[in-house]
Design a protein around this ligand. Structure first.
Ligand code: NAG
Ligand code: NAG
Ligand code: NAG
Ligand code: NAG
Ligand code: NAG
Length: 357
């Protein structure tokens, strides 16, 4: 009798704890789009020079060199951890039907314009990434959800995070030897070309069911070692180049506000990483950093390019701002990511408010 009572009690507590358990995942899925800032292995499987599937990339990541272009986690990884979701796997590594907790379509060296970055090999531009979402996820959903309203509910609660556009400058506009865009467009008209195309792609995402979209600004591309060591004698940031990003970011902010107000129930969030990451370059010690000008790893071409495979990097990547000639360390991605989740980097809402946890 006593044993029976205990059993009843145990079952009662199990029931209570299942009712009260955390409502994770707070968001059904995290879909990731963009370039090398967010790529976590797609380019491993493409014929391209733009790869990060070798050491020292991933030296601080559990899975080692996965294809992430940094020493550790990327911004989408921090967002996934916060949401209680697994890291969204690279779309090209999918062996069977996708899990519906998210997928990563980002592809290093690519951008908004189809020709951007193509001299390095094959990559998936933003429009192709959305095509891939449409071809893989959309047909999968009716197998898991009975009604179309369940499908729309799933998509509208999912988070879509994007970082794209830097390469339309680095691997296109700023490379007049390979691309003639700078002959045909002044900085403002080039930014408008990019933003116009980006807006069309965002409208496609909306048509496909996305409602919560976070797009990050382009960073201070005039401060990356690849630019400072080639175009600035003093090693200081090249402000003309930073200004290109500022023009793009201004147009981006206006475009996202317009989409939010014209597309019903949509929230297009701006990730204002530009000022924050610039501040961290000027005042590294405020962020626990000691070096905000030199890459941590040993790169090709004296600090201006990718890490050389197998060479030991600096001992303290957590105190470095730059990981290689183009990319930032996990330490900086963590600051931007957590302040988008919980702080004021993402506007008009941070992720915590966007997903109402
Ligand atoms: C916009 O992007 C699409 C797909 O990448 C491309 O086909 C189109 O030419 C682009 N438009 C412009 C004006 O570049
Ligand atoms: C998604 O794919 C379907 C089927 O191929 C196509 O009809 C539709 O136009 C695509 N939607 C978008 C937004 O690309
Ligand atoms: C390598 O870059 C550093 C820092 O910009 C510079 O001082 C040095 O002269 C460069 N070395 C060569 C061989 O170009
Ligand atoms: C605002 O967004 C809508 C799509 O929702 C688009 O058709 C329109 O052209 C945009 N307006 C401006 C000024 O960009
Ligand atoms: C959010 O901010 C609060 C206080 O500022 C902090 O205690 C908490 O750990 C933060 N959460 C995340 C996920 O950063």
């Amino acid at each position: 009798m006593q044993k029976f009572m205990i059993l009843i009690l145990i079952m009662f507590f199990l029931y209570i704890s299942s009712v009260n358990s955390d409502p994770f995942p707070a968001v059904p899925a995290l879909y990731v789009f963009g370039d090398s800032l967010f790529d976590n292995g797609n380019n491993n499987l493409l014929p391209t020079l733009a790869k990060a599937d070798f050491s020292p990339y991933g030296m601080n990541f559990d899975g080692g060199a996965t294809g992430r272009f940094t020493d550790g986690k990327t911004i989408p990884d921090f967002i996934a951890e916060f949401l209680g979701l697994p890291f969204s796997p690279p779309y090209l590594s999918m062996r069977s039907s996708p899990k519906l907790t998210g997928l990563n379509f980002a592809s290093a060296s690519c951008g908004i314009l189809p020709e951007t970055g193509n001299y390095l090999g094959k990559c998936l531009n933003f429009a192709e990434q959305i095509d891939s979402f449409n071809n893989t996820i959309k047909p999968e959903l009716p197998k898991h959800y009975k009604t179309s309203s369940e499908v729309s509910d799933y998509l509208s609660k999912s988070l879509f995070v994007i970082a794209i556009g830097s390469n339309d400058y680095i691997n296109n506009y700023l490379d007049p030897g390979l691309y003639d865009t700078s002959k045909h467009y002044d900085p403002l008209s080039f930014a408008r070309l990019l933003i116009g195309n980006l807006s069309l792609q965002f409208q496609r995402l909306y048509k496909l069911g996305a409602r919560k979209v976070i797009m990050f600004e382009i960073g201070h591309i005039g401060c990356i070692p690849s630019v400072t060591r080639q175009f600035s004698h003093s090693g200081q940031c090249v402000e003309d180049v930073n200004q290109l990003a500022v023009i793009f970011n201004d147009e981006l902010a206006t475009m996202l506000k317009n989409l939010t107000s014209t597309l019903k129930d949509s929230e297009f969030i701006l990730g204002q990483g530009h000022m924050l990451s610039y501040d961290a370059i000027i005042n590294p010690s405020n962020y626990g950093l000691e070096d905000s000008s030199n890459p941590c790893c040993i790169t090709w071409a004296n600090g201006t390019s990718a890490c050389i495979p197998g060479l030991a990097p600096c001992k303290d990547p957590e105190k470095h701002y730059f990981w290689d000639g183009y990319h930032l360390t996990e330490a900086v991605y963590k600051v931007i990511g957590t302040r988008c989740i919980n702080g004021t980097v993402c506007v008009p809402k941070n992720i915590k408010d966007l997903v109402q946890i």
